[in-house]
Ligand binder design. Structure first.
Ligand code: AMP
Length: 118
């Protein structure tokens, strides 16, 4: 699937749409989800143009992949949820119900989240 530069996360990265930023570095941007499904619900997105985790893991450089996952960990540390715990999830494709075609992981925290799938 070709990357669509008009997707909402591309627009956030370009500064065309505001976001509530938690962390930003050369590799990633982390911001609060507009429709939180947990007391803390943050999205972490790579700065490069990747449609999905499949695209990212198949085509991104080792540096970009390492930088992205370091940013996920840093986001959790900034949120102060390492000790209490958190969940990271990447919806992918139709069965994974991915809605925004720019690779992102959800970071949920702030309460006991219960079993993995309800
Ligand atoms: P997914 O189903 O994994 O593609 O999730 C996309 C997520 O992006 C959803 O949880 C939305 O609430 C969130 N979202 C959509 N637009 C925005 C936005 N402008 N700012 C923050 N989060 C957004």
């Amino acid at each position: 699937m070709a990357y669509d530069r008009s997707n909402i996360f591309a627009r956030i990265l370009r500064g065309e749409v505001p976001c509530k930023r938690v962390h930003e570095d050369d590799y990633a941007l982390a911001f609060h989800d507009i429709n939180p499904l947990a007391p803390l619900h943050v999205l972490v997105i790579p700065k490069g143009e990747y449609v999905s985790i499949d695209d990212f893991t198949a085509t991104a450089s080792a540096e970009a992949i390492a930088g992205f996952f370091r940013a996920v960990g840093e986001t959790a540390r900034r949120l102060g949820v390492v000790e209490s715990g958190y969940r990271v999830l990447a919806n992918t494709g139709a069965h994974g119900h991915q809605e925004v075609p720019h690779f992102h992981v959800h970071l949920f925290a702030g309460a006991a989240l219960g079993p993995m799938l309800k």
